[in-house]
Ligand binder design. Structure first.
Ligand code: ZN
Length: 208
């Protein structure tokens, strides 16, 4: 009898498949993680399972800005509280929004896309919270959208797409991009206060 992956118990195979769906996890890492779970004690695995379950059961995305919010707090999230929607800062991740909010540089609202456009990874505008942003702009009251996606290929592609679509559909809304103070390829979450502050102050309009 020859052994192959199909000889593994179905529970392990299922776990490997589940891990492979995570971003950045290839088949080899998925196998390693599955075997690691097998060696952990029952309590640790139960804690992991509970944490996974609770994150989906108890939390949701804010209907306005797409930040994380608890199910009980459906109307407005902490990030939207007392924010003027005249200025909306668009970021790729929850961490980016927290970084900017904590710096106190930006006083307006936020919009979290939960990723960036990446044709290589099969991520288009429909996989991101972009429609939610356009629906927000449709409601009116916004004068400027500050695009603070990361200075990576994907972040730039997203910035171009947003600028183009906003220009075509919302003539009176200005779009700006953070200045190139952020080193190319550096994620926004690793920027220090001065870099971030310069990037906001010297933001420029994108010509398309
Ligand atoms: Zn919100």
């Amino acid at each position: 009898m020859t052994f192959s992956r199909s000889s593994l118990p179905s529970e392990v195979q299922k776990l490997i498949v589940a891990f492979s769906t995570l971003p950045g996890i290839g088949p080899k890492t998925a196998q390693r993680l599955a075997y690691f779970v097998l060696t952990q004690d029952k309590n640790e695995v139960a804690n992991l399972a509970t944490a996974l379950k609770e994150v989906k059961e108890n939390l949701d995305f804010c209907k306005t800005c797409c930040f994380i919010t608890s199910n009980e707090d459906k109307t407005i999230c902490k990030l939207c509280e007392d924010k003027d929607p005249i200025l909306i800062c668009v970021v790729e991740s929850v961490i980016d929004a927290i970084t900017i909010e904590a710096s106190g540089i930006h006083k307006g609202g936020f919009h979290i896309l939960h990723g960036a456009i990446s044709p290589m990874a099969g991520i288009g505008p429909e996989q991101l919270k972009i429609n939610e942003l356009f629906n927000r702009l449709k409601r009116g009251g916004t004068k400027e959208v500050i695009i603070a996606t990361n200075p990576t290929l994907e972040g730039e592609a997203t910035a171009m797409y947003l600028t183009k679509t906003i220009k075509e559909n919302y003539y009176d809304i200005k779009t700006t991009r953070l200045a190139r103070g952020l080193a190319s390829g550096t994620d926004l979450e690793y920027s220090d206060f001065n870099t971030l502050s310069n990037a906001f102050e010297n933001r420029t309009s994108l010509d398309i």
